[in-house]
Structure formats: C-alpha cells, structure tokens
Design a protein around this ligand. Structure first.
Ligand code: ADP
Ligand code: MG
Length: 318
C-alpha cells in the first residue's frame, strides 16, 4: 500500500506563542510538541511534507534590522524571510531528529529547503500594500522609518496609542522555484520542510532573473500550491482552534464538522471567515479541494492524527 501524502501547514502558534516574549526556550518547547505530533503521523505511515508561518519570527528580525543600523546594514524583507526559514527549519529538524528515533525507532532524514516562491509581478496584491508586519510604532517613529528605509506605513488601529505599522503587499503565489529539488527529496524518502513563511517572494525581471520583493506571501496559500505540487492526499492546516466555526466569537457560534467547497464559499461570502486569519485557510483549502478532488482539514495542533482519522477538525470536501 502506498503511503498517504499529507502536507502539514503549521500556524505561528505551533512555534511561537501569541502572548508572552517568545523566548528561545519557549519556542523550542512549542516546536517539541509539534515535532512529536509529526513523528506520530510518520509512525502511522503518513508521508509528510511540512510548511509553516513565520509572522512572529520575521517581526522580531525586522526590529533587529532597524535597531542596529548604525553598526551593521539592515537587511530587507526577502533576506529576513530566508533567515527565518533557516531558523525555524533548524528548530524543527532538531526536535524531529529526537522524536523520529523515539517513535519510529530509527533516524529518518529531514531536510529544510530554502524556498523561493514566484509571485505575479503585475498582480493587484503586489501593487497594493495592505498587510501589516512587524511592530507597532508611534507616528514619529513610523515617519522616520518611511523616510530612512522607504517603508510604506499606515495607521492600523486608530484607537490605540501605538497604532502605526509597516504595511507590505501580499501577492498570491504562482509557482515554487525549488519544485524539482523538493520532489527529488520526497522521491528519496526525505521528510521535507519547505516554503516557510509562505516562501521568499520573487518576481522575474526584464532579463529573466529572479528578484526578491518586499512582500509577504500568505502561508496558507503557499501550502495549497505545495500540496498540489506533491500530489497530496490531504492538506492539513494546523492552527489554534479545533474546528472552524460559523458566527465565530458570538452567542450563535457553531462548530463546522464538514463542509463542501460550495458551502465553504457561501459561508465565506456571508463573512464567517475573516481576512488575515480564517479566511485564507478556508479559501486555500477550497482551492486545493476543488483543483484536486482531495480533502483538506483544519484543526488544532494536538489533534492532527485524530483529525486525519476523521474524528475531529473541520473537513472541506468536494
Ligand atoms: P495561524 O497562526 O495558525 O495562521 P491565525 O490567527 O491566522 O492562525 O488564524 C486562526 C484564528 O482565526 C483562530 O485562533 C481564531 O481566533 C480566528 N478565527 C477567525 N474566524 C474564525 C472562525 N470562523 N472559526 C474559528 N476561528 C476563527
Ligand atoms: Mg495566519
């Protein structure tokens, strides 16, 4: 029997807690829990491909670039993306190494691929800076950064005292540049970690070269492209809620066990899945299911295997 292929998309919370300082020890503790879950899936004969978000990590790194500019030159966003792929890849590799031996009784090769993702150069998403990244600034700090580093800045929470943030474009991914390398690793039974942080966004310039852009690709959309590339049986999106809900956060909240792509679209149009959080997860799941005829599941980190057994999570089906 051939193994079922699962693309696992890890949310930021799988690595760095939303609250608290996110110390290295804390991040490793979170990664440890995540790695254990993944090893459990591998033990139960799933072939896994891993991708992850990088929001909190790249946010911290951007602060470091800005704060020590007098000493060393600050690096742009694409470089910071590459750095966080290495950082998070290392932490996952480190803990997977341990849990694979514990659960599978042997060393299983794991490899992080620094991954570029081609985005549409003329797309609306690339032209319009809408996605807030990094820390909050005062108006004066934000204006100074705009002048010094060319940031596009925006007042994102008018009511808050520190309501200014940098905003960047969030284009849709079209292709994974390292596709062949990823496929060759998979064919050779290597557990692959790829497209971290949604991938490093690049565009083709006039000379046919790839150029990094100051943008952020949503990791849920890239997970969909990756799942199609590797011909996944399941796209498993792990976040911090067990199930997607209708009327989320209200008295009428109702968990969804299963929805067809048509139902999902209808709920999305009715505003049940907000942009920037549940929206891209559900819609990326819909696109994967619609184009492949396979299924997608959204659930919380600790319930990965239970969800794949069909016992929990929100299933999106054709
Ligand atoms: P991740 O870091 O995993 O990408 P996000 O914070 O982007 O996580 O998205 C998951 C969050 O979306 C949940 O923690 C929840 O607070 C929120 N959310 C928004 N709408 C819904 C919904 N309809 N059902 C469940 N959770 C929702
Ligand atoms: Mg998210």
């Amino acid at each position: 029997m051939s193994k079922r292929v699962v693309v696992i998309a890890l949310g930021g919370n799988a690595i760095m807690p939303a609250r608290g300082r996110g110390t290295l020890a804390r991040q490793f503790a979170n990664v440890d829990v995540t790695a254990r879950q993944i090893a459990d899936l591998v033990k139960h004969h799933y072939k896994v491909v891993i991708t992850h978000g990088n929001g909190p990590q790249v946010g911290s790194l951007l602060i470091q670039q800005e704060q020590v500019e007098e000493l060393v030159a600050g690096q742009p966003l694409d470089i910071c993306d590459a750095m966080t792929q290495g950082q998070i890849g290392y932490m996952l590799q480190n803990r997977l190494w341990y849990w694979f031996q514990r659960y599978c009784g042997r060393e299983i090769p794991v490899c992080t691929v620094v991954t570029q993702v081609e985005v549409e150069s003329g797309s609306e998403g690339l032209l319009r800076a809408t996605k807030p990244i990094g820390p909050y600034y005062t108006k004066a700090e934000a204006e100074e950064l705009a002048r010094r580093r060319g940031y596009v800045i925006k007042e994102v929470a008018a009511h808050a005292a520190r309501g200014w943030r940098r905003v960047v474009a969030s284009p849709r991914p079209v292709a994974i540049v390292e596709s062949q390398a990823i496929m060759q690793l998979l064919d050779n039974h290597v557990v692959v970690i790829a497209c971290g942080g949604g991938g490093i966004p690049v565009v083709r310039d006039e000379r046919g070269m790839l150029r990094g852009v100051e943008a952020v690709v949503d990791k849920d959309w890239t997970a969909c492209v990756l799942a199609r590339l590797v011909d996944a049986d399941y796209l498993l999106i792990l976040t911090d809620v067990e199930k997607v809900a209708l009327n989320w956060g209200t008295e009428e909240e109702k968990a969804i066990n299963r929805m067809t792509v048509r139902e999902a679209r209808r709920y999305w149009r009715a505003g049940h899945f907000p942009e920037g959080s549940m929206g891209p997860k559900v819609m990326a799941a819909v696109e994967f299911v619609e184009t492949t005829g396979q299924a997608a599941v959204i659930t919380s980190l600790g319930r990965a295997r239970k969800a794949l057994r069909g016992e929990t999570g929100t299933w999106i089906v054709p």
